[in-house]
Design a protein around this ligand. Sequence first.
Ligand SMILES: C[S@@+](CC[C@H](N)C(=O)[O-])C[C@H]1O[C@@H](n2cnc3c(N)ncnc32)[C@H](O)[C@@H]1O
Length: 243
Amino acid sequence: MTSTHFGFESVDEQDKARRVRGVFDSVAPKYDVMNDLMSMGLHRVWKAYTVMVANVTPGQAVLDIAGGTGDLALAFAPKVGESGCVVHTDINEAMLREGRNRLLDAGKVLPTTVCDAEHLPFADASFDLVTVAFGLRNMTHKDLALKEMNRVLKAGGKLLVLEFSKIAKPLEKAYDWYSFKVLPKLGKLVANDDSSYQYLAESIRMHPGQEELKALMHKGGFGHVDYHNLTGGVVALHVGIKC
Ligand SMILES: C[S@@+](CC[C@H](N)C(=O)[O-])C[C@H]1O[C@@H](n2cnc3c(N)ncnc32)[C@H](O)[C@@H]1O
């Protein structure tokens, strides 16, 4: 048996996906409101920046992995226009259902698929852009998932990974206090679930930092990788080009 981490806990690899599913099954109905509260609306700015860097044009094919409640898919849909397509995917049905309902409310009908990023059900070289926002952290085999993302991209295609990262040193103390003292309490108050938000804080600490993730993306087949720190490194946007 191989072990991995689930937050600060060491768990059997087989068990991680089940535990992650439990987290997102639990938070799905309150996911959007919690996102706004926890980040004080900042997640909208980080995603808007991601959409700007994506620079999607009409006719392009976009794959949003771990798309959850659909923020990115919703933003890309008008940009690809009638001739393009945005595929909205996630491993978790509850999250995807929330997302599909939001998309329908916004008048968008997008192809929506339950799938594991580690085994993507798409042909090689199918997409111009692949995005994954706040999802990679939860994956058991990040190396495998990155290779899959590379495989489904066309040559010259772009991967955008928006994810929590290593915060700048002077902000560390305040961030730790907020993450471990405030977040779980907020989760308890709003979603009646403190443990999922404790997992969130822990999983952020276990996730590779900016340079580590850059190296992992190179290993995954991306010839050019760069990153942009956002909000003092609370979050980083990694851009990988398949070349
Ligand atoms: C924090 S949510 C992010 C949702 C959305 N992208 C956003 O930014 O609001 C993380 C998502 O990653 C999904 N996820 C976790 N492991 C996954 C995997 N192996 N393949 C695909 N999605 C996964 C979860 O189900 C969850 O919906």
